[in-house]
Design a binder for this molecule. Sequence first.
Ligand SMILES: *Cc1c(COP(=O)(O)O)cnc(C)c1O
Length: 389
Amino acid sequence: METMNTTDIIDRIESVIGPREAFTPLHIPIFDEREVELLRECVESNMVSSVGAFGNRFEAALADYTGAKRVVLCVNGTSALHLALRVTGVQPGDEVMLPSLSFVATANAVRYAGAVPHFVDVREAHFGMDPAALQSRLEAIGEQRDGGLFNRETGRPIRCVVPMHAFGHPVLISELLAVAKRFGLALVEDAAESLGSFYEGRHTGTFGDCGTLSFNGNKVITTGGGGALLFNDDALADRAKYLSTTAKRPHKWEFFHDELGYNYRMPALNAAMGCAQMEKLSGMLKQKRALAARYAEAFADLDGVRFVTEPPGCQSNYWLNALVLQSDSIETRNAILDATNAGNIMTRPIWTPLHALPMYADCPRGTLDVTRSLAKRIINIPSTAGLGR
Ligand SMILES: *Cc1c(COP(=O)(O)O)cnc(C)c1O
């Protein structure tokens, strides 16, 4: 084994992706004539907005692929999360348990629902919410009364748990569900990054009361912007669709809205792109897995750095490949980020933990030791499907 330095890392990335004359982005979408063809068909149909065949078609393709009973499209992953929290019963003033190590959208959606994020630590291996940390936090601050769980320190009800499948690696969803059930909490999976990832053969986002996907430009497949909710329950799905279309009561000509709804329905133009992207999903996932396998091999003999591979019993989409440094010196990480980005290889650190952002600094939290450490040690490396063939 060798001990890692910056040059070793660059050499190994280069051995996989090829020489660095040209800039290699972190993750870019793959398009061909098919997207253009379906977009043209959509434009020519004149049904480019929130009604039209493409929405239903994309929903059916997603239901078929994920095994979810029902799919409801949304304008983006954040609005999907917002609706997921609304339909699973999160009320203003509630607390929602989520990882601090996530993209800001997870906490923003909680705030949009008027609720308060409550941060829980993650596991070192795959960065997902730690079931043991969730359990011990709920035991420490939770109190069952009036038919629900309350935070005895803040007095607020705790309503829901939102784990996130980081970079496409499934969390320990069965264990998290068991903890949520034990405490009587709803569970929403933020599966924004994990289309194409399976936990014990079942697609991520289909375990809890609801799961959400994102089709932002940097995700596994993209619709420009877009999102979706996955349900196994018809009533919840109907309610999400209703809220996403301004809560309008069906009628031949009357405009009557019987509660506060949203204009969150994905336009048909975006759905048309989604239909084209779904046709290439399996092929792209194969390429992404092959790329990850080559990285894993390239980094196997290097001490001081771990290339993240899928959890046991799981199939990851390898959305973003990640290195974890052993050293938690931020200087080491930054030196690698500087050298790679200066050398035409785009790399990025993981997000600043949410509890360290100004608008979430005062939120309740458990111990976040693993989160704090991982935040200084993770580097994402180029991950586009088809790279390094
Ligand atoms: C991308 C992402 C979202 C939000 O998706 P948008 O479509 O960008 O709104 C939510 N959570 C996580 C973890 C994400 O990576």
